[in-house]
Design a protein around this ligand. Structure first.
Ligand code: RB5
Length: 151
């Protein structure tokens, strides 16, 4: 399993984030929590930006973002160069996006999945690595979009 990750949530994902942190600590994973720090209302784009900055700086390679649906977080994360965020609610997709898309951020919704499924999503994501091979040029093409979209 990946042994060092960065995690973040908005208020809707706060309670599940705390549970996932415990799950990961039990598995010996070192965690940086970029917030939020309470169930008080906050803005998910700010949290997504903070988490993506940690990955862009090279301090972390892998992140987890939780909001109500996982969708807002994934939209924001994917605006950041070098970030390949996948919003998942099933274990097959959480595994496949690591193997095929080299996803580096897993997003899910606390209003979509419960604690048990969330733990399985996280485990599937962190226990698998990019297969490369035929998938490499496709991921290269995704990454090239970071450049082509720059003004
Ligand atoms: C917050 O109410 C909710 O909009 C947010 O957590 C998320 O689901 C957005 O995509």
């Amino acid at each position: 399993m990946q042994k060092k990750i960065v995690i973040g949530s908005d208020h809707a994902g706060y309670a599940l984030k705390e549970q996932i942190k415990n799950h990961l600590k039990f598995a010996g994973v070192e965690i940086l929590d970029v917030g939020c720090d309470s169930p008080e209302s906050c803005s998910y784009p700010d949290i997504a930006h903070e988490l993506c900055s940690q990955i862009q700086s090279g301090a972390y390679t892998t992140g987890i973002l939780i909001c109500g649906t996982g969708i807002g977080m994934s939209m924001c994360a994917n605006k950041h160069a070098g970030i390949r965020a996948a919003c998942c609610s099933d274990v097959f997709s959480a595994r496949a996006t690591r193997l095929h898309n080299d996803a580096n951020v897993l997003c899910f919704g606390a209003r979509v999945v419960g604690y048990g499924v969330a733990c399985e999503l996280v485990d599937a994501f962190l226990n698998n690595v990019f297969e490369g091979g035929r998938h490499q040029p496709r991921v290269d093409a995704i990454n090239a979009l970071d450049e082509s979209e720059k003004k």
